[in-house]
Design a protein around this ligand. Sequence first.
Ligand code: SAJ
Length: 425
Amino acid sequence: MKITVIGLGYIGLPTAILLAKYGHKVTGVDLSPWMTTQLNAGLIHIEEPGLEQDLEEVLLLGNFCASTQPISADAYIIAVPTPNKADQYQSCDTSYIEAALMSILPYVKANDTIIVESTIAPRTMVDVVQPMVEKNGFRVGEDIFLAHCPERVLPGNIMHELIHNPRIIGGITDACTEKAAAVYGTFVKGEMIKAQAGEAELSKLMENTYRDVNIALANELAKISDHLGIDALRVIEMANKHPRVNVHQPGPGVGGHCLAVDPYFVIAAAPEQSPLMQTARAVNNSMPAYVVQQVQILMAEREGNQVTLFGLTYKGNIDDVRESPAMEIRDRLDEAGFEVRVFDPHVAELPLTGEEACEGSSLILVLSDHDEFRNIPTSYTDRMRDATILDTKNIVQSVGTKVNYVNYGNLYKAKKAQQVAGVQG
Ligand code: SAJ
């Protein structure tokens, strides 16, 4: 099959490369000439295990080519960003989808399939995509086939999950679903769930909203436990021994281009019906300010005002800083007058080594759960003015003996000790 994939980001690129690996002739289209040139030379711009090797393989096979222009194909997959709009409820901005559709419509012919993988608000397929395609003289379900097939892959494990995760195939008509299933059937080994487009749209959004609401509950628990002087992490560990309970983990807030974005698409589509989701967003959005407040308390009686952030990415072992709460925390600490240094071995633009970032610092603030942060060597902490670590991700497993290690389990104790020291001092 000839397949054109529009958008070579975190989802479009792995999908395009995988389709090429499974024998399709794939053209990957992106607006960035720099990126397409790099890709054709075998170089990828995102960190994802296995992706660069697969790119080399499909380039050698002659099955993949990156271009800034679409070409005619049998199936088109749209994987472009759908950011929030700057309106009251941060609704879904479909302008990139519309632009991608406009760019392919001149090449689309009878019997082709157009698949939207980008996350979209409920009813986007019928209210936005279908009318645009029908304007070009096609009849959906008869001579053109439209489906929404959301991806559910976890960054860091994309190449495996694209193949093995269940895949929702949401056609506008049953014939549309069958045509889209034929495309995914060539590489998906997980279950293919055939659905209506609207069901597919809302189920994708609800998966991420479910996680967002559950993380909000864990973050709220961290605040409650701190207030009551109880170890939040022990509470979670014990509650999760119940066979039907899965309390998530508290952290510095929720980032990434999914959980911090998708719930708003549902909220904007039904604001009066979604008070719980709105509150969950507010709780998670409150976490960066909460973390900064904790840092201010811990730093109050300390010498020096340098804080070293460990991790700027929105989660561990990836290079993605989109919507990362760590960025907001960095800015807030900056504004509060702290000298902030950042160590993140996954972000190429941050050249400081752990030693350099810790030199003269009074606090390490861990914000991403990178594997590199499991063991904090004494070569870092020996250079600090005051070796305290506040680990918001509960990732650190070993530190030197002279280090004061604080997480959401013992933060209340650390603050109490601080107060006592303050009164004595
Ligand atoms: N986080 C917590 N506590 C937790 C789990 C996560 O604070 O217990 C934070 C992370 O640190 C991060 C944010 O939540 O800041 C999101 O991370 P994540 O690992 O939950 O998810 P994403 O955004 O990388 O990927 C999600 C996944 N969705 C679900 O797990 C329901 C993924 O399967 C989707 O494909 C992806 O969104 C997407 O593209 O929509």
